[in-house]
Write a protein that binds this ligand. Structure first.
Ligand SMILES: Nc1nc2c(c(=O)[nH]1)N[C@H]1C(S)=C(S)[C@@H](COP(=O)(O)O)O[C@H]1N2
Ligand SMILES: [Mo]
Length: 199
């Protein structure tokens, strides 16, 4: 006889979710390593092109940029989805328009304090599709969720939303980041269930 110690109850989603996802009311923490301890004073964000041009923002400079309030669903490849999450942050469009002389490419590698990375197409993060977010639910983003600031790309699985974001580096071709090298999908679109290689 098999005894199950505990069966978690999954509540019904108020709205349809992408294929294979379930509704989650909590906010699970998923980190591949320890939480880097970065203060806003230490934090800086950079955009880097292939010619070696770099644009940098300190925390103070970043906070003086136009800020968006974002309400969006998020979808983790581990199959939980969280609806109507609220964030504040600076859109990638604003950062690109402020960046000046950089040479844009079709792809970027997002890289983090602590060593994490993830690849994205430029089209996936421009025109109102991605932010560098620093507030969640009306409070500064908790360190375990990526504070001081993380990437937020709601239209891709949540592993693409790099926590403790340090910068974006332009790439002429699509190279795999941390999880993509380990078998996660290069694009990661939840609508098409692009979880792993071959999906
Ligand atoms: N720097 C960094 N960013 C990361 C991760 C990580 O391990 N390190 N995990 C990714 C994964 S797999 C997911 S599902 C989400 C989890 O974010 P959360 O812990 O805020 O729920 O962050 C993503 N961003
Ligand atoms: Mo994840």
């Amino acid at each position: 006889m098999i005894t199950r110690g505990f069966t978690s109850q999954r509540s019904k989603s108020p709205r349809p979710l992408p294929p294979g996802q379930y509704y989650e009311e909590g906010f699970p923490v998923l980190s591949a390593g320890p939480t880097p301890k970065i203060t806003p004073e230490q934090w800086e964000f950079t955009l880097e092109d292939r010619q070696g041009q770099v644009t940098r923002w300190s925390w103070t400079e970043f906070m003086s940029l136009p800020q968006d309030d974002i309400k969006t669903d998020i979808h983790c490849v581990d199959k939980w989805s969280k609806l109507d999450t609220r964030w504040k942050g600076v859109s990638i469009d604003v950062l690109l328009s402020e960046a000046g002389e950089l040479q844009l490419e079709d792809y970027v590698m997002a890289f983090s304090y602590g060593g994490y990375s993830t690849n994205l197409a430029l089209d996936d993060i421009t025109e109102g599709k991605a932010w560098v977010a620093w507030e969640f639910g009306g409070k500064p983003l908790e360190p375990e969720h990526g504070g001081p600031a993380r990437l937020l790309v709601p239209q891709r699985y949540f592993w693409k939303s790099a926590k403790w974001l340090k910068g974006l580096r332009f790439m002429s071709d699509d190279q795999p980041g941390f999880w993509e090298q380990a078998g996660y999908h290069m694009r990661g679109d939840p609508k098409s269930e692009e979880r792993y290689w071959g999906d």
